[in-house]
Ligand binder design. Structure first.
Ligand code: AMP
Ligand code: TRP
Length: 340
């Protein structure tokens, strides 16, 4: 089905399961801001707290992390009067539609999810049922708004394919083209920012090593130190990006530089090819401090006023509900539930 039948609408979410990282910023937040500023789509951005509790979260820390994530969105450039910004648990329609999708999705589809396999690992019997059903909730997040486009990092590609499968099965089972077949928006040099300690693992807020990531709230000294200590190989930078194919750590630092500078990785090579790490790393650190410094400062300022953050989230939730409620209600009708 052509998605042109639907209002062009972007939806994306970030879990408040810890402090946000440079990976979240470059792979997600920065692109959310670009899509907002392009003005071609209505943008709905969500702090997906119900997703976060699929693994244990300390209640007090969770509350703080939700507010911190909201501050990160705003500090990065999301304008709550132009985009809708809210936290998932305030809009009950997400959980309600997720239940319907739990009844559409098949066990086998969920079992194939690599993120489930990685996170549950050998202990799947002890994992929460929520962790298993997580992709159906993600589909509900997106489809409760009839979102047509979803900007995410590379790691979410499989979940978006599942969202398309759920929409298609629902439409087919009930004989109505009700849900759009959403397009993922993945790409750019920062679609997969890797750990600073291991170029084969993604940079993640849940990595036990803090040196593996840049946190959005790290100060300038810590950022410089983390880049200085980032793992690399002994070779200098080559003349072309192609030559970095088998050098994951080196390629990662070039990708990060390119994404922050807003240039192609090839342009980074043209400028820095031949440089040793002692030259390149300080320049990378300087660019990172220049890029992240103002965002960190603004985040800290916003977090001094949690009541203001809560007010913004509550206003966003009201606007989100206005879109999601009629879609849920229509879904109930299609399924044959008797709703009020
Ligand atoms: P999460 O922190 O898992 O909720 O991810 C929120 C968003 O950030 C998703 O769109 C992810 O794909 C993206 N993201 C998280 N980590 C990275 C990373 N290391 N590189 C690029 N994108 C990322
Ligand atoms: N699963 C995503 C992640 O871990 C977060 C997420 C939840 C999401 N719902 C979403 C992303 C809907 C995009 C759209 O990164």
């Amino acid at each position: 089905m052509a998605d042109t039948a639907f209002t062009p609408r972007v939806f994306s979410g970030i879990q408040p399961s810890g402090g946000l990282t440079l990976g979240n910023y470059l792979g997600a937040l920065k692109r959310f801001v670009d899509m907002q500023d392009a003005g071609t789509h209505e943008c709905v951005y969500c702090i997906v707290d119900l997703h976060a509790i699929t693994v244990w979260q300390d209640p007090k820390a969770l509350t703080a992390q939700i507010r911190e994530a909201a501050a990160a969105f705003i500090a990065a450039g999301i304008d709550p009067s132009r985009s809708i910004l809210f936290n998932q648990s305030q809009v009950a329609e997400h959980a309600q539609l997720a239940w319907i999708f739990n009844c559409v999705a098949r066990m086998g589809w969920m079992r194939r999810m690599t993120q489930w396999k990685e996170k549950a690992g050998k202990h799947s019997e002890e994992a929460s049922l929520g962790l298993f059903a997580y992709p159906a909730l993600m589909a509900a997040d997106i489809l409760a708004y009839h979102a047509t486009h979803v900007p995410v990092g590379e790691d979410q590609k499989q979940h978006l394919e599942l969202t398309r499968d759920i929409a298609a099965k629902f439409n087919h089972d009930f004989g109505e083209e009700f849900f759009p077949i959403t397009e993922p928006v993945i790409g750019g040099p920062a679609a997969r920012v890797m750990s600073l300690r291991d170029g084969t693992k993604k940079m993640s807020k849940s990595d036990p090593s803090d040196m593996s990531r840049i946190n959005l709230r790290d100060d300038a000294d810590l950022i410089a130190q983390k880049f200085r200590k980032a793992r690399t190989d002994p070779e200098p930078l080559p003349g072309t990006y192609e030559e970095l194919k088998d050098r994951p750590e080196a390629r990662n630092l070039v990708d990060i530089y390119a994404a922050m500078a807003g240039i192609e990785p090839d342009a980074v090579m043209a400028e820095h090819g031949g440089a040793g790490w002692g030259q390149f790393k300080p320049q990378l650190a300087e660019l990172a401090v220049e890029t992240m410094g103002p965002i960190t400062g603004e985040m800290n300022r916003l977090m001094d006023d949690p009541a203001e953050i809560d007010r913004i989230l509550s206003g966003g939730a009201d606007r989100a509900r206005e879109i999601a409620a009629p879609i849920l209600s229509r879904t109930y009708d299609i399924v044959g539930l008797v709703s009020k």
